[in-house]
Structure formats: C-alpha cells, structure tokens
Design a protein around this ligand. Structure first.
Ligand SMILES: Cc1ncc(COP(=O)(O)O)c(C=O)c1O
Length: 499
C-alpha cells in the first residue's frame, strides 16, 4: 500500500468539514452563529454514502452475496451511493425514481451501470404506479435481490446514529446547541438527533419541511392534511416512512420552493458552497428559525448534496424564471394578494368545544362553508357545513348541542401568504380549502371561489387598462367587484358556492 493512500474510495466517506456561514446570515442577533456540515463532499455526492454503507453491511450480515441485485426507490442520492458501493463490491443495481428528478441524477446513476426506471410523480404513494410500489414489485420479481427500502429500513437512521452523530459530536467537542436538517426519510434527523440528544439532552433539533409535504402540519397539529407537489428534491413526504421519528424534533419550520432555491444560489454565490436545493432549504429554514433568537447560539445545518446535480434547474435562469422563482417574473399573484383584496378583516375561527348549532349559526351569518378550528392558538383542523349536516342527519335534534370536536376534518392543505396562485390552483383541486399560515398562526382561509373572484377581478382590471390604453385615456381604476353582502365582509371570505 502506498503511504497515505486509502484502500478504496468508500474509505473517503465521512469526516466532512464543518464551515461557518458568514454572509447569508447577516441580520441575525449577535452571537447567533450558523455552521454547515458539508455532506455534499462525500465521494458519492451526499450523506447517503453513510446510509448505503450501513444498508449493505446489514444486508450482507443477513446473507446477501456479491452478484445479487440491489433494488431501491430513490430520488437519486441513495442510488448514487449504493451504485458506488455496488461497483466496488460487485452488485447489480435497479433504481426506481419519480419523474420530477433532474436529468443529471438519472445520468449519474446510469454512469455507474445501474438500470433506472422512471415513475410518475403525481400519483399517491399507494398507487401501483408510484415509485414506492414499482420498486417493491421489481424486488419481489428479481431473484437474488435486496430491496434497500430506505423508507422503512432501520439501518437508515442507524447509519446516522452510529456514524454522523458521533462524528459531529467529536468534531464540535459538543459545542453545538441546535441541529437543523431537512426531512426526507428521516434517517438523518432521527439517527443524528438521537445520538446528539443522548449526549446533550438540552440540544434542540429542528426539522425543515417544504410547503406541500405532510410533516409540518402533522407535527404542528397532529393532522394528516392534503400533500401537494413542490419542486425541491429530497425533502418532504406525502406519507410517513417508519424511518422518521418525528418525536425527536423540538421544532419544525417550513420553506417554499422559492425560498429554497434563492438561498441555494446565495449559498454558492456568497459563501462558495455549491449545494443542492435541500441544502438551500435547510439553511433558509435555519435562518427563519434563528430570527429573533438571542445569542450565544451555535446552530449546525446539514447540507446533503451538491449543486452539480441541479445546474439545469436551480442554477439555470430560464428554468427559475419559467417556474416563477426569479423576482422579475410576477406570475398571476400570491395568496397574500387574495387576502389583500378582501381588505383588513379578522379571521374567524372556532374551537373543538364549540357547539354544532353555534358553528352552524356562524357559518350562516358569515355566509361561509367552513371554519378553521383552533385551540390554544394552534390549528386543529377545519369544520365544514357538510360535516355538520352529516352529523345532524345521523344524530337527530340532540346532536345540535354536542361539541364539534369529532367533526373536525383534515382534508385541507396549508399554504403561506407567499404561495403562488398557480400552485394554489393545484392545491384546491384536491383539498376543500387552503388554510393560510404565517409562522404558526392562521391568517386566512381560501377556497376555489376566492381564487375565481380574485382572477376575475384581475382580468377585469387588465381589460379596463387595455381599453384605456387603446383610447389613449388616462388609466383609471377597474370597476369594483360586485359588493358582497355586508355579512360576507366581516370575516374569512372563504366561501364555497352555495346551492
Ligand atoms: C438531497 C437530499 N436532501 C435531503 C434528504 C433527506 O435526508 P433523510 O432521508 O436522511 O431525511 C435527502 C434524502 O433523500 C436528499 O436526497
């Protein structure tokens, strides 16, 4: 062996540097410092190198032998890491990916000789066409195969418990107050978080989740709301993997695609850290969480993969513009525009203890179809006239005085004031309403009819401006949308068409 040489490339996994952020963090309180762990510098391109090592180690202990086939549902990084190990140890690989993944990731896997099967992104996790189901089927049908199953394999969090956590502890000598990670399978946060908390029980673990994923609402409200699609890759889920231990989290923050991608670009241009979208997401989330906190506070953010895989997307101005992520592209508006159109109005909510008859009276008085249910300042769900009606029909007169707590539903989605209306349209195709959350407070509720009213008003304004221009007249304000009944103006404004 040459002096100083490694036996093979897998020995270069881990020991990734921890680096201080200096520019994107400006504006945080004195003493609040953010550091990043550069997992994207691993030889396979991400933190999944650690996972692949442990998955294969455990599989080999259970009898897997070289020459067999590794099958996995992967958004790319786990595949890349498994492919690297497979190349060294003589396994074949079949990877199943959702079709939203970047071309670079697909090519990367094929470069290692892996077979890649693409599946539609926009189907439920239990749809037979989903990448979870297809990968399971391929594994079942392939002799001498091993289904890596990163979403349900305990070897996933174990990799981070045995390796990432101790490495961070050793590197920092325990001088860490907060650990922040994006939430995907949960392997990173559950394993690293468990180790760090065992070492320092007062340490805070913060998860970062994209708008559209299930985790945020579930942690905040215990409700399984309607997931919807988003562009950032590797984080957020539309189901609950058993590798995720949400109880390890002390807090969770939510970021939208635009925040993720602008921060990803800033990380590269201002800090020299060429990271992928989930790295930008984690840092954007960490900064959001840290705002308003007092120092001294040492925060470590986990950066999973590298920017190379996203040059055709996040680092491509055309792609960013087409998707409305660059400021010069206004699009049709954001949720805040709908709230603004309604004017200043207090959001009306109810509580789980409210009586059925009182909620019906409120819905009637305000001429709305549903109300957010809030308890101790926290969103608990929505209650709608359909739910109340069903209850009354089945329970008779007496049930009008019962509390609504069993009638609170989860078939809504939560969005932020910055959510684009193009996205809201898709959200409302599936959910009965979108509840607008700012930080953890409910600030509005929006339904299809609100979106229609907003767009109709916008179109009317555009038409007036166009005809003024054609006549050479000075632009004047568009006619007001037909005034609502007085009662409508009082609150929410989230109304569904009534029969
Ligand atoms: C780019 C990227 N970031 C973050 C994650 C989330 O990590 P974990 O699955 O350990 O929660 C993944 C996982 O697929 C990923 O590929």
């Amino acid at each position: 062996m040459m002096h100083g040489a490694l036996e093979d490339i897998t020995k270069a996994v881990g020991n990734t540097p921890i680096v201080r952020l200096n520019r994107v963090t400006q504006g945080l309180a004195p003493g609040v410092e953010i550091y990043v762990k550069c997992e994207y510098l691993n030889p396979g391109g991400s933190h999944k190198d650690r996972l692949a090592w442990n998955l294969l180690r455990r599989a080999e202990e259970a009898g897997l032998e070289p020459g067999g086939t590794i099958v996995e549902a992967t958004s790319g990084n786990t595949g890349a890491s498994l492919a690297l190990l497979a190349a060294i140890r003589g396994y074949k690989c079949v990877f199943v990916m959702p079709d939203k993944m970047s071309q670079e990731k697909v090519s990367n896997l094929r470069a290692f000789g892996a077979r890649v099967v693409m599946c539609p992104t926009a189907v439920d996790a239990d749809d037979p066409r989903s990448y979870y189901k297809v990968s399971r089927r391929i594994a079942d049908e392939t002799p001498n195969s091993f289904y890596a199953n990163q979403y349900h394999n305990p070897a996933n969090p174990e990799a981070h418990y045995l390796w990432t956590g101790p490495e961070i502890w050793k590197q920092t000598h325990g001088d860490i107050d907060v650990f922040v990670a994006g939430l995907g399978t949960g392997g990173t946060v559950s394993g690293t978080g468990k180790y760090l908390k065992e070492k320092k029980p007062g340490l805070t673990i913060v998860g970062v989740d994209p708008v559209g994923s299930l985790y945020y609402d579930f942690v905040k409200t215990g409700r399984i709301t309607k997931p919807f699609s988003y562009k950032v890759e590797g984080i957020g889920e539309d189901f609950f993997p058993s590798t995720m231990n949400l109880k390890i989290l002390d807090d969770i923050v939510r970021v939208d695609d635009k925040e993720c991608f602008l921060m990803t670009r800033d990380m590269t241009r201002l800090e020299g850290l060429f990271v992928g979208g989930s790295g930008g997401a984690a840092v954007a989330g960490a900064i959001k969480w840290a705002k308003g906190k007092k120092g001294p506070l040492k925060i470590l953010v986990f950066l999973c993969d590298a920017g190379q895989k996203y040059v055709s997307k996040i680092f491509n101005d055309d792609w960013m513009r087409e998707n409305g992520f660059l400021d010069e592209e206004p699009g049709i508006g954001v949720v805040a525009d709908i709230l603004h159109m309604r004017g200043k109005r207090k959001i009306v909510t109810t509580t789980p203890q409210a009586k059925v008859k009182d909620v019906i009276a409120t819905l009637k008085q305000l001429s709305i179809s549903q109300l957010p249910v809030v308890e101790k300042g926290k969103l608990r769900g929505v209650v709608g006239e359909v739910d109340l009606l069903r209850h009354l029909v089945s329970g008779g007169q007496k049930s009008a005085s019962s509390p609504i707590h069993d009638l609170v539903e989860s078939d809504y989605a939560t969005v932020t004031p910055d959510t684009k209306l193009e996205l809201l349209q898709g959200v409302l195709a599936d959910a009965r309403a979108a509840i607008v959350m700012e930080r953890d407070a409910v600030v509005g509720i929006v339904t299809k009819i609100d979106l229609i009213e907003y767009l109709a008003k916008k179109n009317a304004e555009a038409l007036v401006a166009k005809s003024d221009k054609a006549r050479g007249a000075k632009p004047k304000a568009a006619p007001k949308v037909a005034p609502r009944k007085k009662a409508h103006k009082k609150a929410n404004g989230a109304r569904e068409r009534r029969a």
